[in-house]
Design a protein around this ligand. Structure first.
Ligand SMILES: [Zn+2]
Ligand SMILES: [Zn+2]
Length: 343
């Protein structure tokens, strides 16, 4: 496209970190500097028209996202653009309904230098509720006129409402701790930004371990998923939606690295310092704990979750490393009166 549009090498923010900018945010920043509507920029560069009607898919795993990314990267010379969506990681995730229709922003992030203002990829997901930097609740409505913003609305820019011109930044809103759902989304984004793939087959194995002797229905209730979703995840043949993965992570207390652990003894250690480092598992100590528990009368035994907690490991780590855990779970289940057993 050189000769038609000037080449702007605007650099994306936060590449290869949890705080990476979304592709929609990047495109809007470039378009706003060029004083043209974002969909026109996309159409001119990639040939894909009417992008304003499907902004939910642009940060995701769709073919259109890959095409827009490749065309923009070639046009601008900024090769890191492929990190701003999930297009390069599409083997393991199926991201379509997981993105918000409207833009969501952190008022504190937008209160600083306007040249450094951007929307994080994490904030675009329905399951993200707070800013992962400040803990502020994400906003989707202008504080002055109350209207929502489409990511590619005409004349939209990062820090101002394009309807009424009000400032969207506010450095004084309340900061909170990060909620578990947002933290789970952030950990998945970080995982892919580190160059790791989401692997449905690995997750299927972890799910079968987590479920142990429980029924599919019981597991579905526990995770807040449908019976068939649990069945599909355990089969490992389908790409996963963000919502499914977030429920598995938050309700099982597992980390994304634990779900992918290929090595039965030492889970992979994440490469960046921001991720919690997973300690080596002392399998003998865990097995000793399980054998000790097996010698106790049934009435005195702890639940698997409680036992794992007392041994200072997650339930999935315990189940993965300790063969005796299966016996413990089976005997405990068999000892319960029929009326309280899962159907
Ligand atoms: Zn923020
Ligand atoms: Zn407004």
């Amino acid at each position: 496209m050189s000769g038609v549009l000037p080449v702007w090498s605007v650099q994306p923010f936060g590449v290869a970190t949890t705080f990476v900018e979304s592709l929609t945010s990047y495109v809007r920043r470039v378009a706003s500097r060029m004083l043209i509507p974002a969909p026109r920029l996309i159409a001119a560069v990639s040939g894909i028209t009417q992008a304003q009607h499907y902004t939910e898919t642009i940060n995701g795993t769709e073919l259109a996202s890959a095409r827009i990314t490749a065309a923009l990267a070639q046009w601008s010379g900024v090769v890191e653009l492929e990190m701003l969506s999930f297009a390069p990681f599409r083997s393991g995730l199926h991201l379509r309904k997981d993105f918000r229709r409207d833009r969501a922003w952190c008022p504190i992030c937008l209160a600083g230098d306007p040249d450094l203002a951007y929307d994080q990829l994490v904030s675009g997901f329905h399951r993200s509720r707070r800013c992962i930097v400040h803990g502020a609740d994400l906003q989707t409505k202008c504080p002055a006129c109350g209207r929502t913003h489409r990511p590619f609305a005409l004349w939209s820019e990062p820090t101002r409402c394009h309807h009424c011109g009000a400032q969207l930044g506010d450095g004084h809103v309340q900061r909170n701790d990060l909620d578990p759902e947002t933290a789970a989304v952030a950990s998945i984004v970080e995982w892919t930004q580190q160059g790791q793939q989401v692997q449905p087959l690995r997750i299927a194995g972890a799910m079968r371990l987590l479920r142990a002797a429980a029924t599919l229905g019981k597991m579905a209730d526990h995770l807040g998923l449908t019976f068939s979703t649990v069945q599909n995840v355990e089969a490992g043949g389908q790409r996963l939606q963000m919502d499914t993965l977030v429920r598995i992570l938050t309700r099982s207390g597992s980390t994304i690295a634990e779900l992918h652990s290929p090595d039965p003894v030492i889970p992979p250690t994440p490469r960046t310092a921001r991720t919690s480092v997973i300690p080596r598992v002392d399998v003998e100590r865990l097995r000793e704990g399980a054998r000790h528990e097996l010698q106790l009368p049934l009435s005195e035994r702890r639940s698997i979750a409680r036992l794992a907690e007392d041994l200072e490991v997650s339930r999935i780590t315990f189940l993965r490393h300790v063969p005796e855990a299966a016996t413990l779970a089976r005997e405990r289940r068999a000892s319960r009166p029929l009326s309280t057993r899962p159907a």
